[in-house]
Design a protein around this ligand. Structure first.
Ligand code: AMP
Ligand code: MG
Length: 493
């Protein structure tokens, strides 16, 4: 059926054609009473959509996978994954579909993907549906991450299906359409190894190289260089999460993208009081995916990818394992190469020197000991440079802790001799004042679920310009009031 919406981008399907074994052609469920809740107009334009047309009833149908252009061949993608350490050989898109690939205005190929579009052959016991709240959460947090400059999938739209989904209560259903550099996951390689052995892994690696890391073709061993690039992308990504206090929450191997984008926002959140043990997932009892454990888990996931690549890296498996292990062992250094300059910039330090790690670690320890709000701290430090110490002092319980550290920091800045007003402005350009605060997100999602989008719209507007202080938004810059209790989000929604 030809689409009723004119001037659409061309839907391509290079992945489905190159890797037939890894996809199942499938169709989205019907939802005749679908209503658009949110549309990302800027992103839609980047992709070559006519924004006005997407707002029409036909456009809304397109955003849930109906009335696609003739050339489109939607597929459910196959993948496996280690979930909380346990291996599931066949996960796949149980409630999702890859509609196709679109080449955007800058020439980049991007996946257009639906979540909540109905059961697929990968659904296992699931209903294939998604509720409005979790889809809005993904939209909000992914757009906040994008505004923070952190690699991430984007959100194009959320459409209410007009149907109810059964969770602990009945909830309004929704479909999220998201845009990604690709949806190739560590778990896709794990699936490929079982399903088709080294030959399929090689074809998947070739495809991923062409799409994401074409420069590794020049390397002596392109597959080893590919692994090196994926590791680099993940090390830098996780470092950037940590610099803004982000906890992914469910870093299963199926939720780690080869492209280096943050993917699959479930029980994720930005922490308030700094504590490396912070977890947000209700089922993460052991703290596997705690804030401070993220580099370790990223390395663990990359080791699973390395296992898949052994046979393609070298015919001599012992050699291959040695080479891959040598790359894997560089993770801490690569992580630190992004994290340290990032931390220095947060503190207004232009050039690193010996002793900086100690200065930073002393701050983190004091923040932990005093339960300091992570986001507020760095803005308060800039305010201190502008002559007002009160906000930063108010964040600490122990006056000695804050005074000692402030003195040490000021000496360090004096040694650089830069103009303090300029340093403070530079700090504000890298330290967000607004992140999606858990308590505000929860309130906005509860209201949206009840049909009132006003708080959600405000929140989206606020986190889309995270560095720019605006009057009237003071509440958005504060953590939850004491006594709100710990915050958890729930998986499998
Ligand atoms: P996620 O928690 O969204 O990363 O999903 C993990 C796995 O469970 C993926 O294979 C999903 O497709 C599948 N899944 C999650 N929720 C559902 C659902 N309601 N129906 C079918 N499959 C689901
Ligand atoms: Mg997932």
């Amino acid at each position: 059926m030809a689409t009723a919406v004119r001037s659409l981008p061309t839907f391509e399907n290079t992945y489905a054609r190159a890797l037939e074994e890894l996809v199942l052609p499938w169709r989205a469920d019907e939802a005749p009473n679908a209503q658009g809740l949110l549309l990302n107009a800027g992103l839609a334009r980047e992709l070559g959509f006519d924004v006005d047309a997407l707002a029409t009833p036909e456009g809304v149908q397109l955003l849930i996978g109906h009335g696609l252009p003739e050339e489109a061949t939607p597929v459910a993608m196959a993948y496996a994954g280690h979930q909380f350490g346990g291996y599931s050989p066949r996960l796949g898109d149980g409630r999702a579909l890859l509609l196709g690939e679109v080449v955007d205005a800058s020439g980049q190929r991007r996946d257009l993907h639906l979540k909540g579009s109905g059961r697929t052959p990968f659904a296992r016991g699931g209903d294939g549906k998604a509720a409005v709240g979790p889809m809005l959460r993904e939209y909000l947090v992914s757009e906040a991450m994008h505004a923070l400059g952190i690699p991430t999938t984007r959100s194009l739209a959320v459409v209410a299906t007009g149907e109810e989904v059964v969770r602990e209560t009945m909830l309004p259903g929704a479909v999220l359409s998201r845009v990604a550099a690709s949806h190739i996951r560590v778990g896709t390689f794990q699936y490929a190894l079982r399903a088709g052995g080294p030959e399929l892994v090689k074809r998947l690696a070739d495809y991923a190289i062409d799409r994401h890391y074409p420069e590794v073709r020049e390397a002596g061993n392109p597959y080893l260089a590919f692994f090196d690039q994926v590791l680099q992308a993940q090390a830098s990504l996780v470092a950037r999460w940590m610099l803004v206090g982000f906890v992914h929450g469910v870093m299963n191997t199926d939720n780690m993208a080869i492209s280096g984008e943050t993917i699959d926002y479930g029980p994720c959140a930005f922490m308030d009081a700094f504590d490396p043990a912070t977890v947000f997932s209700s089922i993460d009892q052991g703290g596997r995916y705690a804030f401070g454990n993220q580099p370790t888990i990223a390395t663990w996931n990359l080791a699973r990818l390395a296992e898949c690549l052994v046979t393609v890296v070298d015919e001599d498996h012992k050699q291959a394992i040695e080479q891959l292990t040598a790359v894997l062992e560089t993770f801490p250094v690569r992580f630190h190469e992004t994290w340290l300059p990032g931390q220095l910039a947060k503190l207004g330090i232009a050039e690193g020197r010996d002793g900086d790690d100690e200065l930073i670690n002393a701050l983190l320890k004091a923040m932990h000991d005093n339960g300091v709000d992570h986001t507020s701290l760095y803005r308060a430090l800039a305010t201190a440079l502008r002559g007002d110490d009160a906000p930063v002092r108010a964040l600490f319980v122990s006056e000695t802790d804050v005074d000692e550290w402030l003195e040490r920091w000021r000496r360090r800045l004096d040694a650089e001799g830069r103009d303090v007003a300029e340093v403070a402005d530079a700090m504000d350009r890298v330290n967000p004042i607004y992140v999606p605060r858990n308590h505000l997100v929860e309130d906005a999602l509860a209201m949206a679920t009840a049909g009132d989008m006003s708080s959600f719209s405000t929140l989206l507007h606020v986190v889309s310009r995270p560095f720019e202080e605006r009057p009237g938004l003071e509440d958005h810059a504060k953590p939850a009031a004491d006594g709100d209790g710990p915050y958890v989000t729930y998986c499998g929604t």
